[in-house]
Design a protein around this ligand. Sequence first.
Ligand code: SF4
Ligand code: SF4
Length: 707
Amino acid sequence: MPLIPLLLATDIGLQPTREILGNVPSSSRWIFALLATISLGFFFWGCWRRIRIWRLGRRATARIPLRSAAVRFVREIVLQKRVRGRGIASVGHLLLFSGFSVLLIGTLLIAVEHLLADLLGRPANAPVFHYGLYYIIYEFVLDTFGVALIVGCLILLVRRCARPKSLDHRPLDVVVLLCLLFLGISGYFVEGLRILLADTGQSGCSFVGLATARLLAVTGIDKQFSPQMHLFLWWLHAIPALVLVAAFPYTRLLHSIAGSLNLLSQPESLGQMIPVRLEEVEETGRVGVGRVVDFSRERLLHLDACVACGRCEEACPAQEAGKPLSPKAIVLDVRQHIDAQPFAALARLACGEEGKLNSGLHGDVISAESLWSCTTCAACVDICPLRVSPLGMITDMRRHLIGEGELRGAPAMALQKTQRSGNPWGLPQQDRFDWANGLDVPTVKSVPDFEYLYWVGCAASYDRRVQRVARSMVWLLTQANVRFAVLGTEERCTGESARRMGDEFVFQELAATNIEVLKEHSVRKIVTHCPHCLNSLENDYSQLGGDYEVVHHSVLLASLIESGRLPQPSRAVAETITYHDPCYLARTGGITEPPRALIQTATGPGERRGEIAEMPRHARETSCCGGGGGRMWFDDSADERIGRSRVAEAVETGADTLAVSCPFCLIMLKDGIADAEAGLEIRDVAEILAASLGYEQPDRAGGTRTE
Ligand code: SF4
Ligand code: SF4
């Protein structure tokens, strides 16, 4: 019968539909129900075993707003935004995910229809909702996504056979993929036989099922024999499906549950850290993560969300530089460690009782050397398709190492100096404003009605090279008539490095002092040329009650150019420029265009306008200079430095100047350029802009100590 009249028919019996579980005798149905109950029992028991491990962690402190969770659900789970961009592997995963999800929803809808029909006592040819247009769309969609599942499985199986280095190879992963593939193919054969048996001619919407039915008919399957064959195939399809459901939480498939929860519960900003309450530290005598049960619940969830895809390892600059750090190994090793412990012992530890574990976390499982190798560049978190944070686990564990006094040498000295002198250089506080000697720089006392507080930071206060950035900034802000002021000798280190190194005490001490000073001067808007200070003032200080509107100097300067408050260049720069995106600006802060806009302005209106010789890894995919997370204070020899590949990349662009917009990058890459004896000049974007507008640096403003 043609489809349109069927759809218009008011009699349900005439509308397109199919009998659910037709040809499946009631004995088989009962056995299936029993097996399904056992399978679900294994599923829920497996899930519970993981949930009770997650619950061992410390309670989450941050709450994720419902709206942001809903947006992320659509963007990151349904549309799989984070999975895209990895070529054929992404295509395979997208097909597998969409096919699996749609078939799962379809199966659940069939179960609902079947239960409702039973409940309402409907005969087999009078479905509750599985008929008419709904039925046609349902069959078409499920047939289409079944193909997606099969193709996705094939792609991922071929990829696994190629054994890419980044992937963790476990035979069980291949078995799971083969099982899914079998389910996809056998499902079409069951459908084909059902169509053959029903012979209604209404299955044009099940195009693959119909094609399979025709194929089976061509092979001469005896219609009399097909009911037995259908039942046999139905069981052959059902049993692996039930096994897969039961095995779900015990295989890598668990990542679809744990990963989804993780994507919904992670904070939006990469620059945030889990806050520490010092009162709690005093009460418990514990800081950071010394045992697995000290991790937060989110971190324990990360362990199950990780699929060991190796993306984080590929992106890690420390790993690239040959340091003993693999973010993937951090996650997998902690998971292996927790799985090797008796649950009862873990539970006792989590309750504050004594418990004996099979091995310790620090030393046995995670080496201090690997933890200290991290630059906190956040590349691992940003690239992870499940937003697992090896970085968060590293900084949690660093806090414990600091608490135990496990840091020695130059970085430990830097922390001591920060605590003693208010800056990691250990230079006197009264010298902090010497960079401005001979200049008329407004202070919060001389201009109390300032609009922007210019946060200068330690590097520009004490490092002679970085002081040139501060002087360029002061000149530019003055040219644009911005009402600004600096704190002068009232400013102290934000404590950003100390916090990322794990020293929460030094950080909180400095933050409390700075917040008090900022409050005293009624500061609301802050501009800074340092992305580390920016992140700390924005994300760390807000956890301690300091709420400010913080902008990076490139953002403010770009807006001053756009509004015409800064003129067009009088001496456009002639050299070829490449730009290095600082991790804390491009990745953590999401700011990539304003610094480029400044360079474009500085190159003038001529032919070369806008010309930036981009490095292969740029914008959010930038590579680290090696100075973040306190790494600036480690005594690495030239060939051990994390940023040396970045210098090589900059040199390869053929540029004359390497532009930066972070004092740490300036110092680290300057040293790297000197080590490589590369003929490359390095300048901050503010220096480049100021020079193009006619600014000339004074020879020396006086009073500075370091170069
Ligand atoms: S942490 Fe993320 S990126 Fe790294 S291996 Fe696990 S899933 Fe992949
Ligand atoms: S934050 Fe950067 S350096 Fe640290 S583990 Fe992640 S990718 Fe590696």
